[in-house]
Ligand binder design. Sequence first.
Ligand code: F6P
Length: 327
Amino acid sequence: MRSIRRLGIFTSGGDAPGMNACVRAVTRTAIAHDLGVWGIRRGYEGLIEGDFVKMDGRSVSNIVQTGGTILKSARSPRFFGEEGRQQAACHVEEAGLDALVAIGGDGTFAGGALFHDEHDVPIIGCPGTIDNDLYGTDETIGYDSALNTAIENIDRIRDTADAHDRLFLVEVMGRDAGFIALNSGIGGGAELVLIPETVTNMNEIKERIHSLMTAQTRSSIVVVAEGDELGGAEKLKRELQSDGSFDEIDLRVCILGHTQRGGAPTARDRVLASRLGAAAVDALIDGHDSVMVGLVNGELKLTGLRGVGRRKKSIDYELLKLTQVLS
Ligand code: F6P
């Protein structure tokens, strides 16, 4: 088993509340094991450019409660070219880094797996994305915070929708997955939820909204994932209004967008991030490599980095049925 003396840590892809708590846990666990820690700024971009900063216990003080990421984040198309990875490998060698901990989503892990295969650098992934779309963990770091932000905002929209007897189409994030939409829809009492995992049947949707708006309630909320088959709330609005059948319905769109990515992490995300950050360092010390640490049914679980991208985490279809029963 190769010995690890120095590790590099970075956050990559879309930021997520709780990434800082994870950076803190990795740094402090590593220091507790007498390992040196280097922070890599802006994800793979910083790896390519050698933008490294030495971390100590104090560099991660007072961040467990903050959103964003002190290491900054980026999406790095350059790292998907061989030249970019070659440059990154040179910087890793120069800095004497024996291993990397990557906090991010499936794109981050795909890059990490490639880097590991080509340059034999041990890498462990921590799942950090608000989308919760990673196989190998029940929840990703940031998901619970984003979900709570979405629900808080839906509650606010409900007030004004009710005051004006309006139909609101609320768009939440989720390019390929409907976890935020489905669960914020249930928690926010939405009348309808549209997610990427299901086919969008416009006739059914129109009928359903008409029956809702003419029944006991005159206001309704439809939660739409940005990656829904139609492509989000604005497109849904155009479709609904295309044949004149919605002329009588007062309709508004609200896109929650990046508000869901910011803000303080929830207690649940802070604890998850702390556990997974510590587990990542333990996994490296135990000789694991090219795996993501996750929590499944409360137990720590390791999944090969490539397996995370290849397998899709399914939404709970029972929850989808529940939205229909409860609306
Ligand atoms: O990866 C999470 C995510 O927030 C998606 O839900 C969203 O589609 C995407 O990132 C937006 O990315 P960016 O901030 O780079 O536009």
